[in-house]
Design a protein around this ligand. Structure first.
Ligand code: CU
Length: 477
C-alpha cells in the first residue's frame, strides 16, 4: 500500500502565490453528468465514420443563468469517442466557433502534424478538415482537446475537451465493469470560476496556469454517483489548465489502478491515493462491497469534497484480475541507444523549453521512426520551491526508466504520454514513435504551453524524406 502522494510536496501547486483553494459550488448535489457515446455517421466493414463539431452553446452549471460554454457536438466538453484497435476511422472535424481551432488527439499514435491536430492543423470558422487513421495501439483512455497556438488554454477553459476510449479484444476479455454510466464512468476533472454565472478567461488568467474556485466533474458541480453494482470503473482524466488533483477517499478506502495514460498497466496496483498532473489519466476500479445501502463514500481532492458515492443495495462482488494484466511491448535499450536531453525551466513568463520559446517553423530535434531513444526530461526550476511541470509528447506512448536514478512509482510501469516532473528532477523515458510527422513536446500546464514552453520533433524515415509545410507563428489564429 502506498500511503503518500507521489510527488514532492514542496512543489505542489498550492504553494504558488496565485493558488486558488477549491470551494463548494453553490447549489445542490447533482448526479454526475455522463457524456453520451458518439454514434458513427456510418460503418462500412472495418471503416467507421464520425463527425466532431466544435460549437458554442449554453450549459446549466450553476443555479440561475446558464453559462455560455464551448463543446464538441454539444454545449460543454463532448461525447465519449469510441475507437477500436484495428479499425480505420474517417473523422470530419467541423468548426462552428467564431475563431480558429484545432482537434488534437492526445495520446493517439497518429501521423503528424495535420492528423495529430496540433497548431499546424487549423480549422477555420465554418470550415472543416477530414482525417483518416487506423488505430493500432492497445486499449486506453486518451482524449481530444484543442491545440491552436497560443489559444489552447482559453479554448479548453471555455469547455472544449472530450474523452476518447480505445478498446481492444484483450481488455474486453477481462470482464471489467462496462455498463456506461452505471458502473463505468469517464471522470473529467476541471476547475472553473464564474462571473455572474459566466466564464471569463481574461479575468481569471494566471500566467502560471489558470485555476478556478469550483471543481467541475464532467461539467457537474457537487456531483454524486449512485452505486448500484459493487465495483465501479472510473476513468479519470485531469482536464484542467493547471490544477493537480490529489485523490483519496475520506475514509482512505483503497482502490485498484488498472490503467494509466496509454492503456492497462502490466499489473494492477493497489492504492489509497493518487495524484494526477495536467492531462494525466488513471483507470481505477473501486470495490464498494463492504459498504451498506444508505451509506455515502466521499472522494476528496486534498481535503475538498469532489465526488460522492451513494451506496444502493447490491450483492458483494470481487473481480479476479489476471497477472499480468497486460503484456506490454517493452522498448529495448542498451548503451548504444541515443540519448536526447530536454530541459523545462522557469515560472511565469520566464518558462522555457531548452532555454527557448516555441517557434512553429523551427524543428528542434529529429528522431528516426521505429527507433527507440532515451529522453532525459529535466525540470531545473527551483524558484520558490519550484513547480511540477507535466511533460507531454504528441504522437506516441513512452515507458519510464527512472526518476533521478531512483525507481519509478508503482503505477508508472505502463504506457505514458504525460509525466509530472518535479523541480530538480530528471525523468528518463524510452521513446519510440511509430508514425512519421512533426510533433509537439511540451509542458501541459496550458498557460505554459501557450507562453511557449513547447518544441517540435520531426520523426523521419531516411528512405522517405518528407517536406512539411510549417505554418508561421503569426498565421490566422
Ligand atoms: Cu510548466
Amino acid at each position: 500500500m502506498i500511503s503518500k502522494y507521489f510527488y514532492d510536496e514542496n512543489a505542489y501547486d498550492y504553494h504558488d502565490g496565485g493558488y486558488i483553494n477549491l470551494e463548494k459550488a453553490p447549489g445542490e448535489d447533482h448526479p454526475l453528468a455522463v457524456p453520451p457515446i458518439l454514434k458513427p455517421d456510418k460503418i462500412e466493414n472495418n471503416d467507421i465514420y464520425y463527425t466532431v463539431t466544435a460549437q458554442a452553446g449554453e450549459t446549466q452549471i450553476l443555479p440561475g443563468d446558464k453559462t455560455k460554454t464551448w463543446g464538441y457536438n454539444g454545449s460543454l466538453l463532448g461525447p465519449a469517442i469510441p475507437f477500436e484497435t484495428g479499425k480505420t476511422y474517417h473523422v470530419t472535424l467541423k468548426n462552428e466557433l467564431p475563431e480558429v481551432t484545432t482537434f488534437h488527439w492526445h495520446g493517439l499514435n497518429i501521423v503528424g502534424p495535420y492528423e495529430d491536430g496540433g497548431p499546424h492543423a487549423p480549422v477555420m470558422p465554418h470550415g472543416e478538415r477530414k482525417i483518416t487513421f487506423t488505430v493500432d495501439q492497445p486499449a486506453a483512455n486518451i482524449w481530444l482537446h484543442p491545440h491552436p497556438c497560443p489559444n489552447t488554454a482559453r479554448q479548453v477553459w471555455n469547455g472544449l475537451a472530450a474523452p476518447v476510449i480505445i478498446s481492444d479484444e484483450h481488455e474486453k476479455s477481462l470482464s471489467l465493469p462496462s455498463e456506461w454510466g452505471v458502473n463505468d464512468f469517464p471522470v473529467v476533472l476541471q476547475d472553473r470560476s464564474f462571473h455572474n454565472n459566466q466564464l471569463s478567461y481574461t479575468a481569471d488568467y494566471d500566467v502560471d496556469g489558470t485555476l478556478g474556485k469550483y471543481a467541475l466533474v464532467n461539467g457537474t458541480t457537487n456531483p454524486y454517483i449512485d452505486v448500484s453494482t459493487p465495483i465501479i470503473r472510473l476513468r479519470f482524466l485531469n482536464g484542467s489548465n493547471r490544477r493537480e488533483w490529489r485523490l483519496h477517499f475520506e475514509d482512505q478506502h483503497p482502490f485498484t489502478q488498472i490503467g494509466s495514460d496509454g492503456g492497462l498497466l502490466p499489473d494492477a496496483v493497489e492504492l489509497d491515493r493518487i495524484m494526477l498532473t495536467c492531462a494525466e489519466r488513471a483507470d481505477i476500479l473501486v470495490n464498494f462491497s463492504n459498504y451498506k445501502a444508505g451509506q455515502t463514500v466521499t472522494l476528496l481532492t486534498d481535503d475538498h469534497t469532489l465526488l460522492k458515492f451513494r451506496i444502493r443495495s447490491f450483492k458483494p462482488q470481487d473481480i479476479k484480475l489476471p497477472s499480468p494484466l497486460a503484456i506490454l511491448d517493452h522498448l529495448d535499450t542498451d548503451d548504444q541507444t541515443p540519448v536526447f536531453k530536454t530541459v523545462m525551466s522557469g515560472m511565469d513568463d520566464q518558462v522555457r523549453l531548452d532555454g527557448k520559446l516555441f517557434d512553429m517553423q523551427r524543428i528542434d530535434t529529429r528522431q528516426q521512426v521505429n527507433q527507440t531513444q532515451i529522453w532525459e526530461v529535466s525540470n531545473t526550476n527551483d524558484m520558490e520551491n519550484g513547480m511540477i511541470h507535466p511533460f507531454h509528447i504528441h504522437g506516441c506512448q513512452f515507458q519510464l526508466i527512472d526518476r533521478n536514478g531512483k525507481a519509478i512509482y508503482a503505477n508508472e510501469h505502463g504506457w505514458k504520454d504525460t509525466i509530472g516532473v518535479n523541480p530538480n528532477e530528471t525523468v528518463r523515458i524510452k521513446v519510440r514513435f511509430t508514425k512519421l510527422g512533426v510533433f509537439m513536446y511540451h509542458c501541459h500546464i496550458l498557460e505554459h504551453e501557450d507562453t511557449g514552453m513547447m518544441a517540435q520533433i520531426e520523426i523521419f524515415d531516411p528512405d522517405h524524406p518528407i517536406e512539411y509545410h510549417l505554418l508561421p507563428m503569426d498565421h490566422k489564429m
